[in-house]
Design a protein around this ligand. Structure first.
Ligand code: ACM
Ligand code: ZN
Length: 767
C-alpha cells in the first residue's frame, strides 16, 4: 500500500511537470486545463472551416502553410477524415475581439473566436507547442483546453528605421517575431533627421535626397562630422509605396496594425535637406550623419502656410497606404530656438495671439490634428504635445517617464505608456560589459517583466484611458538585423506577458521556465538574443552602525559566489546564503554560477571602508539633489564607496557647493580625513575645484586642518574618481566639516558649456 502510494505520487509529480512544460506559452494564457493524451497532425488530418468567410480562409491559410513549413504535411481542407482541425468564427461572450478558445482532444482541434484576430492567436499558441523548424515528421500536440484574451488593446513595438535603414525582409522578420508573442501594433518610425524612409509621390526629393546621408558608419554616432555640400551621400534607403502596401498586408494577416510615424515639427533635417524652403532658415543642408546638430535646421517653419500644405499632401499619401486608425506625428524634442529667431514664426505667434513657442507647437499640432480627424483618423504624438495645450482629441505616447501619460489620462485623453524605464529597448539589458555598445541606461528582462502599465496615480475612472504600452527601439547604435534581434529578445516576451496576461498571474520563476522553449526556438532559427542578466546586485544596509550586505540575482535558482580578498570569484568560492556582515575594510566581489559555470561577464564589485565616522549623522548646508540621494542622508558615512555608476552611492548637487558637517557623537582622536569625488564628463559631473577640511570640538569654533586643490583637468573624458584628503597631527574632534567647491559651470568646449555643473561626492573617511 505504502509503495503503491509512492508510485502514484511520483506519477502525479511527473505528470504535473510534463503538463506544465508541454504548455510553455508566452504570453501566459488566461486559462489552461490539461488533459491526458495527444492530437497527432498527420496526413489523415483535415481542416474544416467555412470557406465563404474570407477572413477565416485567410487565417486557415496561415495555419496550413505554417504546418507545411514545419512538417511538410499538406493538410486537406473540408474533407471529412478521422481527425480534424475545426475553425469557427462565432459570438462568444467575455473574450473580446482578440480572444480565442482552443480545445485539443485526441481526435480534434477546435478553434473558436469572435474574429479573425482570435483565430490567428489560437494558431500562434499552437505554433508555440510545435517544433520551430522543419522536422519532416508528424506533429504531436498535448490535449488541452485554453481560453485566452488580452489585458490591453495596444501591445506595441516600435522600430526606428531612420537612424538605420532596415530592409523589407528585416521588417517582416520583426513582424513575425511580434506576431508569435501576440504583439499587435508596429510603430514604424519612418522619419527623422538622419533619413526620410517613405516614398511620397508628390515630393520625390524626400527620398531621392532625404533618404541618403554621407556614410560615417565607421564612427560612433556622436562623433560623426557633418556632411559638406559636395560630399557623396551613399548610406540609406527607403520603402517604395508598393513595398509598404505589401508589408501592411503581411502585418494585417498576423493581426498587426502598422502605425506610421511621420515626425513633425522637429527631427526633420532630412525633409529640409530635400526641400530647404520648409525650414525657418531656408538654407541648403544634407541629412544628418549622426548626432551632431551644429548649424542644422531640424524644424519646419511654423509661420509658413506652405509647410501645412506640404504636410497635408504627405499625410494624404500616408493615409492611403496605412489603414491604421492612429497616425503618429512625433512632436518630441523640438528645439524652439529657430522659431524664436524667425520673423514668420514670430508673426504667427502675434497673429494667433499665442503666448510663446510652446503654444506655437500646440497651434501646429492642432492644425494637423484637424486634418487627420477630417480623414476619420486619430492623431497620436509623443508627450511633448501636451506642452502649450493638447490638441482636442490627441492620444499621447508617454516616453519621458510616466508623467505625460498620467497628465493626459487625467485630461481624459487616451495614452500609450512607453516610459524610458523599462520600455526603451535601446538600453543595455545586462551590461554594459559583454554587450554591444548601446546608447546607455539599463532595462533588464526582469525590470520589463515587473512593469505595470497603469500608473498608481490614476483612479478607476482615468485608468481606462491607458490603451496599453509599447517598447521603443531607436537605432543610433543598432545597424544589423542580428543586433535588432538581440535588443528585443527576450525583452519583448516579457512585455508581451505584461500586456496580454492577467496582472495577478505574473510569476517570474514560471516565466523563466516558459522562456526555455523560446530560447530553443531562437537557437533553431538562428536568432540572436540575450541569455539573461547574470549581474549580481550588491545591496548594503547600515543599521545601528552595523554594515551588512545582501546579494541578489535575477536568475531563478542561481548560485551566487563571492570573495572578500580581492580575488575573482569562481565555482569554489564562498556560496552566498545569508546577509554578509562587514566588520573590516574590504572589497567584495560576487558572480552568478549556473550549471557549475560562472555566468557573470564581470563580477560585481564593491569596496567597503570601516572608519571612525561610520553610521554618523551628516547635515548639509545646501540640499542634495533629490535625484542623487543614494542610500539617504547618511550615504557619506555608510562605509560604501561609489563606483562609476552615478545613480548609486553618490550624493550629487547641482551648481552649489557641497558643504557637510559630520557629528561623531563624541570627541575622538583623528589624524586623517578624506572624501572621494567623481568626474564624469559625459554626465556633466566635474571634480570640485578644491576641498577644505575643518574640525571642531563644540560645533561652533572650527579649525582648518587642510585644503586639497584639484589637479585633474576638467577636460578628462574618462570617468575618474579622485580622493581629496587632509593629514595632520593628532587632534581631538567631535565635528568635521568639509566644503567641496563646485566648478559651478560646465567648462568651455563641453556640450553643456556655461550651464550648471554637477558635483558628486561619496564616503567621507575619518581615521
Ligand atoms: C523620443 O525618444 N525622442 C521619443
Ligand atoms: Zn519659422
Amino acid at each position: 500500500m505504502k509503495k503503491l502510494f509512492l508510485i502514484t505520487l511520483l506519477f502525479l509529480i511527473n505528470h504535473t511537470i510534463f503538463s506544465q512544460e508541454s504548455i510553455a506559452i508566452i504570453p501566459k494564457p488566461v486559462s489552461v486545463v490539461m488533459h491526458n493524451g495527444n492530437f497527432v497532425i498527420d496526413a489523415k488530418t483535415s481542416i474544416l472551416y467555412d470557406f465563404h468567410n474570407k477572413e477565416l480562409s485567410n487565417a486557415v491559410q496561415f495555419f496550413s502553410s505554417s504546418i507545411k513549413e514545419i512538417s511538410g504535411i499538406e493538410l486537406r481542407k473540408n474533407l471529412h477524415q478521422e481527425k480534424s482541425v475545426n475553425f469557427q468564427i462565432k459570438q462568444i461572450p467575455n473574450i473580446g475581439k482578440e480572444g480565442y478558445q482552443l480545445q485539443i482532444t485526441p481526435t480534434s482541434i477546435t478553434i473558436t473566436a469572435n474574429s479573425k484576430a482570435g483565430i490567428v492567436y489560437a494558431v500562434q499558441s499552437i505554433l508555440q507547442l510545435l517544433p520551430g523548424v522543419r522536422t519532416n515528421a508528424i506533429l504531436k500536440l498535448p490535449c488541452v483546453t485554453i481560453e485566452d484574451y488580452p489585458r490591453f488593446e495596444w501591445r506595441g513595438m516600435h522600430l526606428d528605421v531612420s537612424r538605420h535603414f532596415f530592409s523589407p525582409e528585416i521588417i517582416k522578420e520583426y513582424i513575425n517575431l511580434m506576431a508569435r508573442y501576440k504583439m499587435n501594433v508596429f510603430h514604424w518610425h519612418l522619419v527623422d533627421d538622419q533619413g526620410w524612409r517613405i516614398e511620397i509621390k508628390k515630393y520625390p526629393k524626400l527620398t531621392s535626397v532625404g533618404a541618403w546621408r554621407v556614410d560615417y558608419t565607421n564612427l560612433v554616432w556622436g562623433n560623426r562630422p557633418q556632411a559638406k555640400p559636395n560630399d557623396d551621400a551613399t548610406y540609406g534607403g527607403y520603402y517604395t509605396q508598393y513595398q509598404i502596401k505589401e508589408i501592411v498586408a503581411y502585418a494585417a494577416e498576423r493581426n498587426i496594425t502598422i502605425v506610421p510615424e511621420i515626425e513633425m515639427p522637429g527631427h526633420v533635417a532630412s525633409a529640409i535637406a530635400a526641400y530647404p524652403e520648409l525650414s525657418c532658415s531656408q538654407k541648403f543642408q544634407l541629412p544628418l550623419t549622426g548626432g551632431n546638430y551644429t548649424n542644422i535646421s531640424s524644424n519646419y517653419c511654423a509661420g509658413n502656410d506652405s509647410v501645412f500644405t506640404f504636410l497635408q499632401n504627405v499625410l494624404t499619401e500616408v493615409m492611403q497606404l496605412f489603414p491604421s486608425k492612429y497616425i503618429h506625428v512625433g512632436g518630441d524634442e523640438v528645439d524652439k530656438t529657430p522659431w524664436k529667431n524667425c520673423v514668420k514664426c514670430q508673426n504667427r505667434i502675434k497673429q494667433e495671439g499665442l503666448k510663446n513657442e510652446e503654444e506655437l507647437q500646440s497651434y501646429f499640432m492642432k492644425i494637423i490634428e484637424k486634418f487627420i480627424i477630417s480623414k476619420n483618423r486619430k492623431m497620436i504624438g509623443w508627450d511633448e504635445i501636451l506642452e502649450g495645450g493638447l490638441a482636442p482629441e490627441a492620444t499621447v505616447m508617454s516616453w519621458r517617464g510616466e508623467a505625460g501619460g498620467i497628465e493626459a489620462a487625467k485630461q481624459k485623453h487616451n495614452v500609450v505608456m512607453t516610459p524610458g524605464t523599462p520600455c526603451y529597448f535601446d538600453h543595455y539589458q545586462t551590461g554594459p560589459e559583454g554587450e554591444p555598445l548601446a546608447i546607455g541606461g539599463m532595462n533588464t528582462l526582469k525590470t520589463v517583466y515587473d512593469y505595470e502599465p497603469i500608473p498608481k496615480e490614476l483612479n478607476d475612472e482615468n485608468k481606462k484611458y491607458v490603451l496599453g504600452a509599447q517598447a521603443n527601439l531607436w537605432t543610433e547604435f543598432v545597424t544589423t538585423a542580428e543586433h535588432v534581434e538581440y535588443m528585443v529578445l527576450p525583452r519583448m516576451l516579457a512585455l508581451s506577458e505584461v500586456l496580454w496576461s492577467k496582472k495577478d498571474a505574473k510569476d517570474w520563476i514560471d516565466f523563466n521556465k516558459r522562456l526555455q522553449p523560446s530560447f530553443k526556438y531562437f537557437d533553431e532559427k538562428g536568432f540572436h538574443y540575450s541569455k539573461g542578466n547574470f549581474n549580481v546586485e550588491i545591496k548594503p544596509t547600515s543599521i545601528n552602525n552595523k554594515l551588512s550586505v545582501t546579494l541578489t540575482s535575477e536568475i531563478p535558482n542561481a548560485i551566487i559566489v563571492y570573495t572578500t580578498n580581492g580575488t575573482e570569484p569562481n565555482t569554489l568560492s564562498n556560496v552566498y546564503t545569508n546577509p554578509i556582515e562587514i566588520n573590516a575594510s574590504l572589497t567584495l566581489k560576487a558572480a552568478v554560477v549556473v550549471n557549475n559555470k560562472v555566468m557573470s561577464v564581470k563580477p560585481a564589485e564593491q569596496k567597503f571602508v570601516i572608519h571612525k565616522a561610520i553610521g554618523k549623522n551628516v547635515t548639509y548646508q545646501y540640499s542634495i539633489s533629490k535625484y542623487y540621494m543614494a542610500n539617504g542622508n547618511n550615504s557619506l558615512t555608510d562605509g560604501v564607496t561609489g563606483t562609476f555608476a552615478v545613480n548609486k552611492y553618490w550624493h550629487g548637487i547641482n551648481e552649489k557647493d557641497l558643504i557637510a558637517t559630520i557629528d561623531l557623537a563624541e570627541i575622538k582622536s583623528i589624524t586623517n580625513i578624506s572624501i572621494n569625488c567623481l568626474q564624469k564628463y559625459a554626465d556633466w559631473i566635474f571634480l570640485p575645484t578644491s576641498v577644505q577640511f575643518e574640525i571642531s570640538t563644540d560645533g561652533i569654533n572650527y579649525t582648518t586642518v587642510g585644503k586639497d586643490v584639484n589637479n585633474i583637468s576638467t577636460s578628462i573624458k574618462e570617468p575618474t574618481i579622485k580622493t581629496f584628503s587632509a593629514t595632520f597631527n593628532q587632534a581631538n574632534a567631535r565635528y568635521i566639516r568639509f566644503s567641496a567647491y563646485n566648478l559651478k559651470e560646465c567648462p568651455k568646449g563641453h556640450p553643456g558649456e556655461g550651464k550648471p555643473a554637477w558635483l558628486f561626492a561619496d564616503e567621507i573617511i575619518v581615521n
